[in-house]
Design a protein around this ligand. Structure first.
Ligand SMILES: [Zn+2]
Length: 121
């Protein structure tokens, strides 16, 4: 499963819209019912308006009815940024899989990626 999600993430990364950075990122998230939702980073000339691949994948899952707890694992072609770690925590995924800086595939829980995080009471 780990390999399949990363393979799908790598394949979809080619469709990223990244004309400014040329940094192409893909993500593939698997729901507990087996569905897989893919995402890519989408940049904008106003740089802060760009969105990350994992946010797009999670948003697509939400559009299809998924809610926190419905998603099992996500494969991402890059380490998730701080903001995306908060998103991953919100959706309570079991595993977040990505290649680390050394190219080694690693797997963490969202809480491991964002310990002692903020939660809305
Ligand atoms: Zn991000």
């Amino acid at each position: 499963m780990t390999d399949e999600l990363l393979e799908r993430a790598a394949a979809v990364a080619e469709r990223a819209y990244a004309p400014y950075s040329n940094y192409f990122v893909g993500a593939a998230v698997r729901a507990r019912d087996g569905r897989v939702f893919e995402g890519v980073n989408v940049e904008n000339a106003a740089y802060p308006l760009g969105v990350c691949a994992e946010k797009v994948a999670l948003s697509r899952a939400v559009v299809e009815g998924c809610r926190p707890g419905d998603l099992e694992a996500i494969g991402i072609t890059a380490s998730p940024c701080g903001g995306c770690r908060q998103w991953l925590y919100e959706f309570r995924l079991d595993r977040v899989i990505f290649p680390n800086r050394d190219g080694e595939v690693v797997s963490y829980t969202p809480a491991e990626l964002l310990p002692d995080t903020w939660e809305l009471e």
